[in-house]
Structures are given as C-alpha cells and as structure tokens.
Design a protein around this ligand. Sequence first.
Ligand SMILES: [Zn+2]
Length: 311
Amino acid sequence: MNRIQNVTTRRRPSLPASPHLPPEWKLRRRGGLVVLESLPLARIPWLVHGFSTRLGGESLLDGRRMLNLGYVEWDDRARVAENRQKFARALGAGSMQWTGLRQFHSSMVRIPRREASASAPCRGDAMATRAHGLLLAVQTADCVPILLADVRRHVVAAIHAGWRGTAARIAQKTVGDLRMRFGTRPGDVIAAIGPCIRSCCYEVGPDVAHEFGSQFAPAAEWFDGPFTPLSTGDEPTPFLWLQFDPPGHDRPKRVNLDLAAANRWQLETAGVPAARIFSSGLCTSCHADWLFSYRREGQRTGRLVGAIGIL
Ligand SMILES: [Zn+2]
C-alpha cells in the first residue's frame, strides 16, 4: 500500500499552496512543469508565451529538484539546456530557436537575427521580432519580465527590467522601438508583467529613490516608506521629494520600491492602454516555493524565464 502511494506521489508531486492570482492569469501544468500564463496573450492564436516557475526541472540544489533556466555557477550546463528544452516544449515552442540575451541592466533593445542568436547571445535587455520561430527569452530572479504583443502587426517583444533598466526607461524605449522599426501603434499592444520582487519585499536605499525621484514625475507613488514629500512653495521640487531623515531620527531611512508600477507607468506613457496591461501581482520573494528570488536566496538560486514567440 505504501509503495503504491509512493509511486503515485512521485508521478504527480503535490504543489505548494497556490498563490492568489488576478483573473487574467493562470498556472497550468504542462509537460511536468507549471507555467504561468497571461490569458489575454494565451488567446492570441499566432503566438506562444509563458513565465516559468521553479517547479519540475532537472536541476538539483541542496537535494531539491528545480527548473533553473539560467547558466548559473552552481548548476550543470547540460541540465540547464535540458530544462530550457522542457520549458520550450511546455509552451508549445519545442521546435523554436531559444533566443536569449547577455543581460546587463541597460536600456538596449535588440532585434535578434536567427543565425546570430543561435551561436552567441548579444548584449541587451530587451528583444523584439516579427520573425517566426524565435522564442525570445528573458531571465529574471526578482527583476521585472515583461512580454509585449502587437496584435495588429504581429510583432512580439520581451523585456528584462531591474531597477537600473527601469531607471533607464527600457519598457518605454521598447515600445518606441516597436513603433520605429515595425510601425506598431501602441494602442494595439497587449502587455504582460510577470512575477518580480514587489514593494512588500524590495527595500532600496536613498540612492535608488533619488535616481527615480529626479527623473520620474510620479515616482513618489511607487515608494512606501518613512518619508515625506517636500515642497518649497509653488514649484515642484523633483530632486527633493524624499526626506529620508525626518527631525528626531538619526538612522538613514530606507524605502520600498514598486518596480512593476514604474514599468506599468512607462508602458502607459508610451501609449499602451492601461486596460491592456496585465500584471501577475506575484512577488518572487514572498513566493519562494514557486519562484526564484535573488534577494531572498542569494547566489544559490535559479533563474526564471519569461518567453514569447511567433509560431
Ligand atoms: Zn513580497
């Protein structure tokens, strides 16, 4: 009896408690993995997409199996390659060419060529294409993965936005590049913002807060923390909107940043309708049983992938 139970358990491992998801999102079991889908993208017949979770996969860390999709130091390259194949198959993209980037927290948007991307990934933090058969894959472990689809021109894009990329306006720039290179009308774009570290867990220092405060008018809305906006009369004071050391407090104050909100604002500013931007709401650090979080786990964590491609 025990033996039968064990076999059953091994075949269909029990999942951690499901995180709460907005109605436009769904976790699906596919090919032994669990993939997070944005339903508005899933309804588009000419593309495939998905955000990975850590469940399933061939990687082993501290005796636990997981789906690590990045070539990190602790993992075996062959296992990562196998995981990538497994993930691509789970998306229905088994025959597509995996197209990644050497990400470096920039605002660089690339248009990958089929031949070039097969050998060595180029440097950049966003990709866009209207070519069939390329699976654009961005890696994250707290940073914001964003997938875009222009439903009229049939163009797709994948974006990796950490705080540096967000400060460099990579989401805004990617929509701009879609307009310039492919004639995309931002009103035709559907955007899915995948799991990332949310403001509940993303504490940043005054340097990051000032970087955002100095260049984004609504930045104060993206921060939680013990600060008060400053004003010096009639003029707004973008460089002084945070007061980190209110009188009577000696310790330097830290605040929490909502990177997803900053990227949503950039997409809207670039012309993508608010009603067409869908955010999973999932925090990588709060859901470490489902996702990877560099903040929470440090070097010994894996990489998630957000991927999109045209069939
Ligand atoms: Zn959190």
